[in-house]
Each structure stands twice: as structure tokens, then as C-alpha cells.
Design a protein around this ligand. Structure first.
Ligand code: GLU
Length: 303
């Protein structure tokens, strides 16, 4: 397959979308993203890296970081993680509080904000530095030592993070956080504020395509754990539109409000796309359209 041509064709098709969606502005620093930015990269398990458009330009990875916090928390701490967070789709917006009370402070899944806060808490307990663990993993897997958290974005979110703070305090009241709320929030905002490119993220996502094996050949997760993460990505990774994403793209994937989407084809590779304009569910409009076009053209799918 000529991945370079496939990428360019997929992006060309996505550009025909009648509208590009809205850039997230509830975190003020994110509103400064270039609404016309658009990039896409593919990394393959046999060492190929392909890209088009703004594929090497760093952007705010936001919730794409939750894929990595989950993988690292499971690798460090094992299945006990699932006592504090479920793995069912929530059917609610990513920042919703309503289910938490009826479900006694146990969030539905690791990719809604409440669930991601629990995962960050456990990773902080296990490593002493949740944001450092994610940043170092991304640096190593991508080979890019410049991957780092953007302090301005993290501070901007901290100033406006009332809902996340409310969720964290609420879960703490149920005993479902082990670290001080302020530390958990600081690490959460910082790993969401990591800036990385489509190239970096496609390479960093390859461990899931390699069934749990890292770039240096060491094993992060068992084959079965990697399969389970892919399953949760498929069912819960793209907000309350995971059904639509599975229908159109047919791959496990994680999106973020910075406009990035990282998708995994187990055994073959990983693709990352970035365009900051979001649809009503919070997914990148051009990003999903480009992945739809790519998987339709290649037949890439887990189904
Ligand atoms: N840091 C963002 C928040 O907590 C992440 C949201 C997202 O990308 O889904 O609202």
C-alpha cells in the first residue's frame, strides 16, 4: 500500500466537509489553536512512518493522554485498577457529574473525565509522577525528546476547571482518590496539556498495534491487556459518539478536545489525525472524516 498517497487522499476527502466544527474554548488557552491546522500520520509495525499536512506540528493532546495513563496504570498496578473505575460506555457527556452519585463515586469508564481522574490518581500513587510517566513514555516511543506539557495550557485549565475539581472532590468523598485532590488535578491538567504531534502520537500508539510491546522490544502489557485497552477505546474512546466512530471508522480510537484522534489497527499500525474544529460530541470533524476515508479506502478495520 502507498500510505503516503492514501493519507493525502483521505485528507483531501475530509477537506470537502461543508464545515470544520468549532474550536474548544472552555479552556481559554485552547481557543488560540489555529482553526485551519490539519495533519495526519501513520506509523506501521514494520517501521514505516508517513505524514501529510501539519503532521509534525505539536498540539494539545488533551484526552488522547488518557489512553496512555490507562496503559501505564495497568502496567504498573494491574487489574486492581478496575475496582475504582468501570469499563462501560457512559451515555453521558465526558464532563458529566450525574452518574457519579447514583454509582457511589465509581466512574463508568477511564475515558470520561471522572474516570481519567481516578486513573491519574492511581498512576500518581504508583509512580510518584503521573505527568512525568506519560511524558517520558511519549518521548521514548516517539523518539522525540521535546514532547512536554505546556504550562500555559495547564494553568488555563486549572483556572477554569471547576467541573473537574467538583468531580475529584466528590469521588474523594467516596474514598475513591488516594492522593490529595489538588495533586490529582495538577497531574491531570498537566498530562492533558502535553503538546505532541500526529507523528509523535502515531508512533507512541504503536505499542497497542504491537499487542503491548514497546519500541525497544520490551513488553508494557500482556497481549490480553492490550486487547482489553483496545476494547475500551472502541466502546468509550470517542466521547458519547463511540458508536458512530465505530460505525464510520471501525477502529479503537481516542480523541481529545484539542482536535487530535489516535486510532489503532492491531497488528498493522496506528494513525493520528489533528484538526482543532470539533463536532457537538467533542470529536474533530475533519479528523473523523479523514479516518473514515482512510479506513474505507484501505479496508482497515477490526471488524
Ligand atoms: N482536560 C480536558 C478536560 O478535562 C480534557 C477534555 C478532553 O479532551 O476530552 O476537560
Amino acid at each position: 500500500m502507498d500510505y503516503q498517497v492514501l493519507l493525502q487522499d483521505a485528507m483531501e476527502q475530509a477537506r470537502r466537509m461543508p464545515a470544520r466544527g468549532r474550536v474548544a474554548d472552555y479552556i481559554p488557552a485552547l481557543a488560540e489553536a489555529d482553526p485551519l491546522a490539519f495533519g495526519m500520520a501513520i506509523a506501521t509495525v514494520d517501521g514505516g512512518v508517513f505524514g501529510a499536512g501539519d503532521w509534525q506540528r505539536p498540539f494539545s493532546i488533551q484526552s488522547v493522554s488518557k489512553l496512555f495513563t490507562l496503559a501505564l496504570a495497568l502496567a504498573e498496578g494491574g487489574e486492581g485498577l478496575w475496582r475504582g473505575v468501570g469499563r462501560e460506555p457512559s451515555g453521558n457527556p465526558f464532563n458529566s457529574l450525574v452518574q457519579l452519585e447514583s454509582e457511589q463515586g465509581i466512574p463508568r469508564n477511564p475515558f470520561i473525565n471522572a474516570g481519567a481522574l481516578v486513573v491519574t490518581d492511581r498512576l500518581l500513587e504508583l509512580t510518584g509522577d503521573a505527568v512525568g510517566a506519560v511524558r517520558d513514555f511519549l518521548r521514548t516511543e516517539s523518539g522525540n525528546p521535546e514532547v512536554a506539557a505546556d504550562d500555559t495550557v495547564a494553568a488555563s485549565e486549572a483556572r477554569h476547571g471547576h467541573r473537574n475539581a467538583a468531580m475529584a472532590h466528590f469521588m474523594a468523598s467516596y474514598g475513591n482518590l488516594r492522593n490529595p485532590v489538588d495533586s490529582v488535578l495538577a497531574h491531570y491538567y498537566a498530562h492533558c496539556a502535553i503538546a505532541a504531534s500526529c507523528r509523535d502520537l502515531a508512533l507512541a500508539g504503536l505499542f497497542l498495534a504491537r499487542h503491548g510491546v514497546r519500541v525497544d522490544g520490551s513488553r508494557l502489557l500482556s497481549r490480553s491487556e492490550a486487547k482489553r485497552i483496545n476494547a475500551v477505546l472502541l466502546t468509550c474512546g470517542t466521547y458519547d459518539a463511540a458508536g458512530e466512530f465505530a460505525y464510520r471508522v471501525g477502529l479503537p480510537g481516542k480523541s481529545g478536545v484539542g482536535g487530535g484522534v489516535l486510532a489503532v489497527l492491531p497488528g498493522r499500525g496506528a494513525a493520528c489525525v489533528w484538526s482543532p474544529g470539533l463536532d457537538a460530541a467533542g470529536n474533530s470533524v475533519l479528523g473523523v472524516a479523514a479516518l473514515d476515508a482512510l479506513t474505507t479506502a484501505t479496508g482497515w478495520s477490526v471488524f
